[in-house]
Write a protein of this length. Structure first.
Length: 260
């Protein structure tokens, strides 16, 4: 009986709290978020995306030597790197890739399915890392020579994989052609095949094969670049959504208040 009375009192207290709770408002007049229609299936571009490759043409890309086969963009022999004509600062990027299905058993480590997505100067590695070990900060999903992915979620060679990338550009103070100060480093978050592999990772600068990473001067807006490392890696369904730099709050137009 005592237990019943205690439970009843607690229930009444909760109901009264909800009934008399007031609706707190910040006093900031936020702009209404734009309506964006999501893609029909996961990975499809939303309505406000810039399409970089949809299987039809290479019009968004500088290097026209790359081939289109069955709606896929393929690196031909000695095709060279390719970069977007448009330049970007911070962005959300979706890209799908497949390393070659035919695996040369003599090719190991960095020789197997090597390419890369350059976010301006910063390489997110593409490699066949399915049962193919290399140095960990050079495997698929790494920021090259800086940070391995948190997990290896690679599919088999020849199978399609995806990167969903959130990239925040660095803020560099440049004087006399040199980086005087890194006001804010670049940050990157990556999902590979829907699985988080890098979470708000701080990029240390451009990665080099033979030198430690460092920030080099570059403009705020840079193209997206796809690396030709001598392997016929394929790409499809590439789209991007620029992220506005200004993420500051609008001024508070009145003191916080309780909405009636
Ligand atoms: Mg590479």
């Amino acid at each position: 009986m005592k237990k019943f009375l205690v439970l009843s009192a607690m229930l009444m207290f909760c109901c009264a709290t909800l009934l008399f709770a007031k609706d707190w408002r910040s006093g900031i007049d936020w702009k209404e978020p734009a309506v964006v229609t999501p893609g029909e299936k996961c990975g499809n571009p939303p309505s406000d995306a810039t399409i970089l490759f949809d299987g039809k043409d290479l019009s968004a890309w500088e290097n026209q030597k790359w081939k289109i086969e069955n709606g896929e963009m393929v690196i031909p022999p000695k095709g060279g790197t390719n970069r977007t004509k448009e330049k970007f600062g911070s962005f959300q990027l979706h890209i799908e890739f497949a390393t070659p299905a035919e695996v040369n058993p003599k090719a190991t480590g960095q020789q197997r399915g090597n390419s890369g997505v350059y976010l301006g100067k910063y390489e997110l590695q593409i490699l066949d890392s399915y049962e193919n070990t290399t140095y960990f900060d050079g495997q698929c999903g790494s920021i090259y020579k800086q940070r391995p992915p948190q997990v290896n979620v690679c599919r088999k060679p020849g199978e399609w994989q995806s990167y969903d990338i959130l990239f925040t550009r660095p803020d560099l103070k440049i004087e006399d052609g040199k980086v005087k100060e890194v006001v804010r480093p670049a940050y990157i978050t990556v999902l590979q095949n829907g699985v988080m592999i890098l979470n708000h990772h701080e990029i240390e600068g451009t990665g080099f094969y033979d030198q430690p990473p460092r920030y080099e001067p570059h403009p705020p807006m840079m193209p997206i670049e796809l690396q030709d490392h001598g392997n016929p890696v394929r790409f499809r369904n590439i789209w991007i959504r620029p992220i506005p730099d200004d993420n500051t709050k609008p001024p508070r137009v009145r003191e916080p208040y309780y909405h009636q």
